[in-house]
Design a protein around this ligand. Structure first.
Ligand code: HEC
Length: 255
């Protein structure tokens, strides 16, 4: 029995200590960073979330969709109603049919999901040298170690491929992309954005902020879930105390 416990404890220790940051290819170790929402009591850093939205809006949304998020959800990121209406109205979406049975185009509204930059996948491919920019709503969950992977990917471009690596025309070399040949132009560099809150926009800062935003897109309920978990823990602790007091009361004459 003791041996079993020791074995289980050792297995847990080993599993816990295994490198947390492996690229999906398995060979390259991802860049290390801390995210505010990690850990039992972690929460989204609201300032980072707002900066990350700015990056997504100004840079990534030119090629990538976010079709599971509605514009009105941006209230959580810190946009007010007018700002939300304004962002939604920047793009047009097909609606209808109207009374005559015709489909028509109209400006986006707060209740719409993010309108994709391209009409369809073929148009997206045609504009990107044949590569399809995936929708980013769930990217942080769709890739192993998603947040660290995307954070690394955005900073993983090399000017030239290593000796002997064949880089096809129109592709870029990225250390962290499986196979290393990626069809996305390096999207960010130092000062690609000018932050509204005055934060210095290093490449690393931009990557960190946009990954925060993408994590919120994939897991908007995280903050609520963790608050609920904490309340439940406190409730259970209080209940345990009450039960113990009750037990002592009931059994006091017996002892
Ligand atoms: C000029 C268009 C363009 C812009 C701007 C752009 N991307 Fe991309 N992105 C692409 C294309 C094209 C691909 C597909 C690459 C491939 O499959 O080779 C891609 C792929 C990706 C992937 C998926 C990688 C994988 O593992 O499959 C992620 C994550 C990503 N982009 C994040 C971002 C973020 C974050 C931004 C904003 C900072 C951004 N992109 C800006 C075109 C773009």
């Amino acid at each position: 029995m003791r041996k079993l416990i020791l074995t289980v404890a050792a297995a847990v220790l080993v599993a816990g200590a295994a490198p947390a940051a492996q690229a999906s290819g398995g060979s390259v170790e991802l860049l290390k960073t801390d995210f505010s929402w990690d850990g039992l009591f972690g929460r989204y850093d609201r300032a980072a979330l707002k900066r990350g939205y700015q990056v997504f809006h100004e840079v990534c949304s030119n090629c990538h969709g976010l079709r599971l998020v509605a514009y009105r959800n941006l209230a959580y990121v810190g946009l007010n109603e007018d700002q939300i209406k304004e962002v939604a109205a920047e793009r047009e979406v097909q609606d209808g049919p109207n009374d005559e049975g015709q489909m028509f185009m109209r400006a986006g509204r707060a209740a719409d999901k993010f309108i994709s930059p391209f009409a369809n996948d073929n148009a997206a491919r045609a504009a990107n040298n044949g590569a399809l920019p995936p929708d980013l709503s769930l990217i942080n969950k769709a890739r192993p170690n998603g947040p660290h992977y995307v954070y690394s990917l955005l900073q993983g471009y090399e000017e030239t491929a290593p000796e002997g690596h064949a880089l096809p025309e129109g592709m870029y070399y990225n250390k962290y992309f499986p196979g290393h040949n990626i069809g996305m132009v390096p999207p960010i560099a130092d000062d690609s954005v000018t932050y509204a809150d005055g934060t210095k926009a290093t490449q690393q800062q931009i990557a960190h902020d946009v990954v925060t935003f993408l994590n919120w897109a994939a897991e908007p309920e995280l903050d609520d879930r963790k608050s609920m978990g904490l309340k439940t823990l406190i409730f259970l602790l209080v209940l345990t105390g009450l039960m113990y007091a009750l037990k002592r009361q009931i059994w006091k004459d017996v002892h």
